[in-house]
Design a protein around this ligand. Sequence first.
Ligand code: DAT
Length: 176
Amino acid sequence: MPRANPNIVITGTPGVGKTTHAEQLARNLGFVHLSINQLVKDHGLHEGRDEEMGSWVVDEDKLLDHLETLPIHTTGGYILDWHACDLFPERWIDLVVVLRCETTALYDRLTARGYKGRKLEENVDSEIMQVLLEEARASYSEEVVVELRSNEVEDVEGNVGRVEEWVKAWRRDHGG
Ligand code: DAT
């Protein structure tokens, strides 16, 4: 059975605006916003905490097993929000949105979130070196990956509108 709705990954360095975009899109489209960080915490899909980085060390096998129990691959309509994207099976995913942010804006957002030292530096460097964009391009075919700017509040509305139009076109192409 083909899926009735597409699945969308929203990825990017922490602080680029994944949650902001995923929440709006889920609300407007009636999709499920699946925050992988939250899921990992709620279901203990980790091997403990990395105290230096102040984050959970994700158990990828457990995470994937958990995702398999959800109707992602049967019904679709999921927005997967995570700072990684190479774990999701390619056949589940119809669009990968990589959000990008200018260095100074990202620095301010992460500082406001309390990031400092190595954690702050590594995340800002990761954005400068476009690690997530490269990961997305290495993991999915070219036409599935779209890079969107998330520097200013006004960018969010434009990006959300663009993805909504894409979902409409997907439904038309898939007999919806
Ligand atoms: P992420 O989920 O990628 O970590 P977020 O959605 O929590 O990011 O956003 C981090 C902070 O930045 C939050 O205070 C909202 C703000 N923000 C997100 N997108 C923005 C944008 N395009 N312009 C200005 N601020 C933005």
